[in-house]
Design a binder for this molecule. Structure first.
Ligand SMILES: O=P(O)(O)OC[C@H]1O[C@H](OP(=O)(O)OP(=O)(O)O)[C@H](O)[C@@H]1O
Ligand SMILES: O=c1cc[nH]c(=O)[nH]1
Ligand SMILES: [Mg+2]
Length: 209
C-alpha cells in the first residue's frame, strides 16, 4: 500500500492541537474538518482532467479543464468519519456520499457492521473513505471489502492518524490502496487505542465521553 504522510506545516500544527488533552468538542470538530480539507487537497492530486468548451468572461469561446467522469463518492465510516465530512465536501461539494456504519467491539477489537448505504454506479466512481483513526485496521478492511463487493474499483483512504499495525493489516488485504494520513503514530496500547493518538475520536466529536 502506498502511504502518503502529509508533512505540511499546517497539517502538523493542526494535528498537534488536536492531540491536546482537554480539547473542547467545538475545537476538535473544527480541527478534524480543517485537517480533512488539507488531506483531501493531497488525495485529489492525481484526478484526471478533460478539456471542455465554455464561454469566457467576454463571450469568447474558451477551453476549460474539468475533473473527468462520474467523479467521486465520499465514504465516511460512522460515527467518527462524519467528523471529517464537511472538510472533504469543502473541496468536493458535488461528491455523492456513501455511508458505512461500523463500531469496534471493545473486547475483541473486531468491527461490527450495522449500516450501509452506497450510491449508484460505484464501479464508475473513485471512492474516498474517511475515518479519523486507522488503529488495528479491522474497520477499514471491512469497509474496503464492502466497497469492492459492490463493484468499486478505485479507492483512496484519508485518515488523520494511522498505526504501523493498521497499515500492515490493510496492506495485506488491499495492497493497491492509496492512504493519506497526517501522521503514522507509534502503535497501539493494550486496549487497542493509538499512542500517542487522539483518544476516542468518535466520543470527542459527538460529545459522548
Ligand atoms: O482500526 P480499528 O481498530 O478498527 O479502529 C478504528 C475504528 O475505531 C473508531 O470507531 P469506533 O469503533 O470507536 O466507532 P465510533 O466512530 O462510532 O466511535 C474509529 O473511528 C475507527 O472506525
Ligand atoms: O485510538 C483509537 C483507536 C480506535 N478508535 C479511536 O477512536 N481511537
Ligand atoms: Mg469510538
Amino acid at each position: 500500500m502506498n502511504v502518503h504522510t502529509i508533512d505540511h506545516p499546517l497539517v502538523k500544527h493542526k494535528l498537534g492541537l488536536l492531540r491536546s488533552g482537554g480539547i473542547s468538542t467545538k475545537h476538535f470538530r473544527e480541527l478534524a474538518n480543517e485537517l480533512a480539507t488539507l488531506l483531501t487537497y493531497e488525495a485529489t492530486q492525481g484526478l484526471e482532467l478533460v478539456e471542455e468548451p465554455a464561454e469566457g468572461w467576454n463571450g469568447t469561446p474558451i477551453r476549460i479543464e474539468q475533473i473527468k467522469g462520474k467523479k467521486v463518492t465520499i465514504v465516511p465510516i460512522l460515527r467518527a468519519g462524519l467528523g471529517m465530512l464537511d472538510g472533504v465536501t469543502t473541496l468536493l461539494p458535488s461528491a455523492r456520499i456513501s455511508v458505512v456504519g461500523l463500531y469496534r467491539n471493545e473486547e475483541t477489537l473486531e468491527p461490527v457492521p450495522y449500516f450501509e448505504k452506497f450510491v449508484q454506479d460505484l464501479d464508475e466512481r473513485l471512492a474516498i473513505v474517511i475515518d479519523p483513526m486507522l488503529a488495528t485496521g479491522g474497520s477499514m478492511v471491512a469497509t474496503l471489502d464492502m466497497l469492492k463487493a459492490k463493484g468499486c474499483q478505485r479507492i483512496k483512504v484519508i485518515v488523520l492518524v494511522a498505526t504501523p499495525e493498521g497499515i500492515a493489516r490493510v496492506s495485506r488485504s488491499h495492497p493497491e490502496i492509496e492512504l493519506y494520513t497526517a501522521a503514522v503514530d507509534e502503535g497501539l496500547d493494550s486496549n487497542g487505542y493509538i499512542v500517542p493518538g487522539l483518544g476516542d475520536a468518535g466520543d470527542k466529536l459527538f460529545g459522548t465521553r
